[in-house]
Design a protein around this ligand. Sequence first.
Ligand code: HEC
Length: 128
Amino acid sequence: MQKKIYRLLYQIGLALIFTFSNAQGSNADDSRIWASQCFQCHGTNGYPVGDMDEIGGKDPNSLYEELIEMKYRGKTEGIMDLHARGYSDEQLRAIAEYISAQSESKQQEEERNQEEEREEEEEEENHG
Ligand code: HEC
């Protein structure tokens, strides 16, 4: 009987340690979830088709600095300031690291090239 109680206490202890250590920092899954929001505008993994700013694969420190600047510049100049304020500094660091590590897929690259060709053709039609 006593053994059972000790085992139960031991398991509760483990569960608490696990929960607490998860809440402390961020893991890869958290980063992916936080960054997935960004990809709705900046394209899958940060590689957009069209005019949006490409953020995938950028240097993690400059990404982080940009996000911090957006978060703390006081006045709201654009949509990004609001986004940046939705995260803690630690989360922004994790997001910057995650996005920086992403690369463009072959399919995305092809789509981007096609889009650029289409744009060039349109321009030629408009000017010629
Ligand atoms: C609703 C659309 C939208 C979402 C979601 C969004 N962004 Fe942006 N982002 C923009 C727009 C638009 C700009 C262009 C600058 C501006 O208007 O503020 C921008 C600009 C940026 C820039 C500056 C790019 C450069 O080349 O200077 C960075 C970095 C950036 N976003 C990162 C992020 C990150 C990280 C997230 C997720 C936390 C995110 N964005 C989510 C729309 C979005």
